[in-house]
Write a protein that binds this ligand. Sequence first.
Ligand SMILES: [Zn+2]
Length: 286
Amino acid sequence: MNSVTPGIVEQLTDRIRRLVAGNGGVMTGPGTNTYIVGREQLAIVDPGPNDTAHIDAILNVVGDKLRWVLVTHTHPDHSPAAAVLAAKTGAQLIGAVMTDDGHQDSTFTVVRNIQHGECLKTSEYTLLAIHTPGHVANHFCYLVEEEGMLFTGDHIINGSTVVIIPPSGDMADYLASLEHLKNYNISALCPGHGDVMPEPIQAIQGIIDHRMRREAKVLKVLQQERQGSLTALTPQVYEDVDVSLHPVAQLSLWAHLLKLEKDGVVLRESEPHWAFGDEIWFYLPQ
Ligand SMILES: [Zn+2]
């Protein structure tokens, strides 16, 4: 198994190298993974934060061969280095931008948003864009078709659970995107954080099962309480999770309840106070 260490270039396959940014933390694990694809005409997937040391390390690896910078999504730990690299190398930016919800990197711009099913094809590799909304609406995974290696960004990360923050994050979309990935010939997952995951189908099914168990817990608690705000429900739904993580868990609870509302299982008070998520009340129909 490779070590996920900032600043060290790891050769993962014939075509793929990984460089980890020095932004490790609670939400980013060992740091954001930047992947370098190809040997002659290079593409980068997720250049990472606008961090001088990381950008210098990328430039050191790519030399004058960088042609494309792809981003899985535009969160601040994944895309801000893209604009800097484009300015320094002339590389073309590929990805999708969305309306800023307060969590997006506004420096990332594209001529045209990438579409589901589009390919970047060179003599060395083919990168297929797969739209995977859920973590955030503009999230794409990219498949190296020759190797079956899938760059999963924050759709699937190694070592912890992905945070789904409404309204740009959507639990129903997230689960549908996970199911959709089962249609592709994938040999391993290259996550945005953490090491390569060599058992893709087991990993994907494991995440789906984990989310469905949590959804069942949400319903169980709601059946006991009949109603509740996010603040009131979080400690019960996440009694197995350390209290220090409850503020983040509360966002996932919100996402679960919105999915259950979409499914017609729970009701939400009529006024959607997006800015005050913890004051939203959910209840079961009488
Ligand atoms: Zn993200």
